[in-house]
Design a protein around this ligand. Sequence first.
Ligand SMILES: [Mg+2]
Length: 380
Amino acid sequence: MKIQTIEAFPISFPIPEGNSVTLGIGRSVKRDAVLVKITTDEGVVGWGESHHGRAPGAVAHLIRSTLSDLIVGMDALANVTVWDRIYKMQLASHGMGAAAAIAMSGIDMALWDIRGKAANMPLYRLLGGEGTPVTAYAGGIALGYQAPETLAEEAAELVGRGYRALKLRIGDTPAADIARIRAVRDALGAEVDILTDANANASFDHVRRIMPVLDDVHAGWLEEPFSPHDYPLYERAAQLGTTPLAAGENHYTRFEFRDLITSGTVGILQPDLSKTGGITEGLRIAAMGSAYGLEIHPHTSTTALNMAATIHFLAAIDMPGYYEAEVSKANPFRDEISDQKFTIDSNGCFHPFQGPGLGLEIDEDFVKHHPLIDGPGYVK
Ligand SMILES: [Mg+2]
């Protein structure tokens, strides 16, 4: 079975004013994603998601042109060989670095969808998993900068829906961060796991001021206080307290994860299957994390494709962490793009879909009706 065509669809939806969320990277005004559709010469179709990379049109063009030229005609079930060809010809050799990793992520995910359909198995089974329920935290574009009282209300509502862990957006001012963290802990009690994410918007001094509070509320982690490659800062910040640092959504391929892991600065690994090189590379990263005793808490982004893939992945790897459930108020790319719905069970868990491959059907009319909107997704 050979790869016959590769299509890429950059898609967007505007965020209504009332649903906008402010976090360390700015105020959300739209959401973007890139969908990848691969058709084989036997008529099997697979779908994957590439992260928008803040340049969804460019990511889609890279997939449709350069990467398509490299791999059309290759064996559609040879994920490792396809990955290796793109890596050697584009990413590792005067190619486009992170853009190539993002673009190949969607291709790899679509090939795993094809592989599952060819084998008539859901992805988690194909990966050797039993389908264990995956514990979730409430994340995505939510729980942003706002008055501590309304933040505590939003958090309480999520706990009421079944979440036992949630992620607060910090990296505002130290005083504002501290007031919000304390308000949520006071409102929710000790049982809920509070996670925090600064979106690379903090300084070392900022972390020095908030770390005692993170330790005091027993926060689960502090995510990306600094730019992802500022290892010396991560190293110093890791000495400030007991709350583990987390990173990985902006680390690409196992090679960057090797450096992150061996830096010894983080306790939480967060690869994103739509960014870091797809499921093939996610498995390699998970194996490396396991060897170092580090759980995998994937970053998930915009559409049902990456969400479904991530749940399958977590239901199959040996040191799964939380599934990041995208709990933003209205996300049609989560709720309306496919025939499947994401629901949390009474134990705060999500379950992998049971259909072959990723286990969902993409609504192509919906995709056509959400063309790319140019311009930034976040404004400051
Ligand atoms: Mg993050």
